[in-house]
Design a protein around this ligand. Structure first.
Ligand code: KIV
Length: 265
C-alpha cells in the first residue's frame, strides 16, 4: 500500500491521470473509501448540512470539524485527508488561522481546504509559510451563500469568468497545492486547468478538471432530495435503509426477530 502524498498528486496531473476525491465524515465510510483507493478524503464542512441538519455551512464550528476529522483519519490508511476550514475560522487574523489549521494537522489531516474570499490569499500565504499544506476552493463557495444570493453557478459572464481565472492564479501563486473548482462553466474550468500547474478538482465544473469530487451522501443517494444536475447517484442507499429498518420493525412487532439463531443457548 503506497500512501497518497501531495507530490504524487502533482505527478498524477503531469501524467494525465485523474484524481479522485470524496467527502467523508466518519470512520466506517473512510475505511470503505480507503479500501477502494479514493485518493483524497475531504472532511467537508458540508457535514453541517448533511450530518448535523444546519440550513447552510455557516454554523459549523471547529470542534465539529475536528470531531469528524479524527474519525476519518482513524479509518484511512492510504488516502490523503483534507480538513475543511469552517466559516470564521480563517477570517480574523493570520495567527488565528494558523492556530485553527494546525488543529486539523494535529488531529491527523495532511492538509486543510480554504474557500476563496477577500482574505484568502493572505491566509494561504501565512499557512504555507507555517508549513501547512492548503487546498484552495474557487467558484461557487458555499460560505459566501448570502453574498452570492444562494448556491448559484459562478463565472457565467465574461467579466466574472476573468475574475475567477485571476483568483485561481492568485491562489496558485500564494501556494495552494490543488484547487477545487465548484459550480462554474466547463470552459472556465478548462482555462484554469490549463493555466495552473497544480491539480484542479471539479464539482459541477465539467470533465476537463484533473480530478473530480462528489459529496458522499449525494453519490450514495442518501439525501432524499432531487440531486443537483452535476451529481451522479451511484446507489439508492436511503431506500435500502428504509427497507431494512421497516423489515426490522415488522419482524420485532410480529415476534420473528430474534429467532433461535440470534439467541444464546
Ligand atoms: O464541504 C464540502 O463538501 C466541499 C466539497 C463540495 C468540495 O467543499
Amino acid at each position: 500500500m503506497e500512501k497518497v502524498t501531495i507530490p504524487k498528486l502533482l505527478q498524477k496531473k503531469r501524467a494525465g491521470q485523474k484524481i479522485t476525491m470524496l467527502t467523508a465524515y466518519d470512520f466506517l465510510t473512510a475505511q470503505i473509501l480507503d479500501e477502494v483507493e479514493i485518493d483524497i478524503l475531504l472532511v467537508g464542512d458540508s457535514l453541517g448540512m448533511l450530518l448535523l441538519g444546519y440550513e447552510n455551512t455557516l454554523p459549523v464550528s471547529m470542534e465539529e470539524m475536528l470531531h469528524h476529522t479524527g474519525a476519518v483519519c482513524r479509518g484511512r490508511r492510504r488516502a490523503l485527508v483534507v480538513g475543511d476550514m469552517p466559516f470564521a475560522s480563517f477570517h480574523v487574523s493570520d495567527e488565528e488561522t494558523i492556530r485553527n489549521a494546525a488543529r486539523f494537522i494535529k488531529t491527523g489531516a495532511e492538509a486543510v481546504k480554504l474557500e476563496f474570499c477577500g482574505c484568502a490569499i493572505r491566509r494561504v500565504k501565512s499557512l504555507v509559510e507555517a508549513g501547512i499544506s492548503v487546498m484552495g476552493h474557487v467558484g461557487l463557495t458555499p460560505q459566501l451563500v448570502h453574498q452570492m444570493g444562494g448556491f448559484r453557478v459562478q463565472g457565467r459572464s465574461e467579466e466574472q469568468a476573468q475574475k475567477l481565472i485571476e483568483d485561481a492564479k492568485a491562489m496558485e501563486e500564494a501556494g495552494v497545492f490543488s484547487l477545487v473548482l465548484e459550480g462554474i462553466p466547463p470552459q472556465v474550468a478548462e482555462t484554469i486547468t490549463k493555466t495552473v500547474s497544480i491539480p484542479t478538482i471539479g464539482i459541477g465544473a465539467g470533465a476537463v478538471c484533473d480530478g473530480q469530487v462528489l459529496v458522499i451522501c449525494d453519490l450514495l443517494g442518501l439525501t432524499g432530495k432531487k440531486p443537483p444536475k452535476f451529481v451522479k447517484q451511484y446507489a439508492g442507499i436511503r431506500e435500502e435503509i428504509r427497507k431494512a429498518t421497516q423489515r426490522f420493525k415488522q419482524e420485532v412487532e410480529t415476534g420473528q426477530f430474534p429467532g433461535p439463531e440470534h439467541t444464546y443457548h
